[in-house]
Write a protein that binds this ligand. Structure first.
Ligand SMILES: [Zn+2]
Length: 258
């Protein structure tokens, strides 16, 4: 009898343990999943700078789109991009010792946005300068020179960035072009990521060449952790790229792509 009671007790304990473990793991995974499905949670705060522009201009559905990776031609100079919170504040190793962590992620996002965009039928491509360190911004091989020419012929050019961490950065958002009326793609991206004023920092080099800048978010906190963690990296890159491609489609077709 004693033996049987002990055995039943053991089974009950095991059952209780398993069900507790199950509910905890479910809670944990659900939390992780929700976490990554909420754009605002993953990208952090959006720009709170006063911006009154609204993108109203219609765009052609075949509009050629060019995706640039911010700082791809300016490594080694002052404008090499943010090292990110992990490296700069907490002393982690850079993702690649030859380039800033911001460029590392800009390149990953660029590649993923173009791949997903093509699958969804966008007329989309990328440009990567072969030389990582071009001193003259007006050199024909720079992001800005190639982007400027692309925009001149009616294309939509956007340069991907991650903002600096903490009080060094502003947050996520779109900086619209300087000399052009913002269009419905701009509006759609700004609705998702937030908006910067047209005259941000006196009108930066890229917007002055009709190149949009998208700050995806500050390279810090959960965004950076989800990118650095090899278990969540691909999912995070894919999620962010998908959100950007959806914004393009919404802007072009003015409908909600869920
Ligand atoms: Zn940047």
């Amino acid at each position: 009898m004693f033996w049987l009671r002990n055995r039943i007790l053991n089974i009950l304990c095991l059952a209780a343990f398993i069900s507790l473990f199950y509910s905890f793991s479910k809670l944990f995974f659900n939390k992780q999943l929700n976490y990554i499905d909420e754009l605002e949670l993953i990208t952090g705060e959006a720009s709170k700078l006063p911006a009154t522009w609204v993108g109203t201009k219609d765009v052609n559905k075949d509009i050629p789109i060019l995706i640039l990776a911010g700082h791809a031609d300016s490594q080694g100079l002052a404008g090499s991009g943010t090292p990110g919170e992990a490296v700069d504040k907490f002393g982690f190793e850079p993702m690649d010792p030859d380039i800033s962590d911001e460029l590392f992620w800009n390149l990953k996002l660029q590649e993923s946005i173009v791949r997903i965009g093509k699958m969804k039928g966008l007329n989309i491509r990328s440009y990567v300068p072969g030389n990582r360190n071009i001193d003259d911004a007006n050199d024909p091989r720079t992001n800005w020179s190639v982007g400027k020419n692309f925009a001149k012929t009616g294309g939509y050019v956007i340069e991907i960035h991650f903002d600096s961490y903490g009080h060094y950065g502003v947050g996520s958002g779109l900086i619209p072009p300087f000399f052009e009326v913002p269009n419905k793609i701009d509006e759609s991206i700004a609705e998702k990521f937030g908006r910067f004023p047209v005259l941000f920092r006196g009108g930066l080099g890229a917007p002055r060449r009709q190149i949009r800048i998208l700050e995806i978010g500050k390279l810090e906190g959960s965004l950076e952790k989800n990118l650095r963690n090899s278990k969540t990296r691909q999912r995070t890159i894919k999620f962010l790229s998908n959100e950007i491609v959806k914004a393009f489609l919404n802007g072009i077709y003015r409908r909600n792509v869920i």
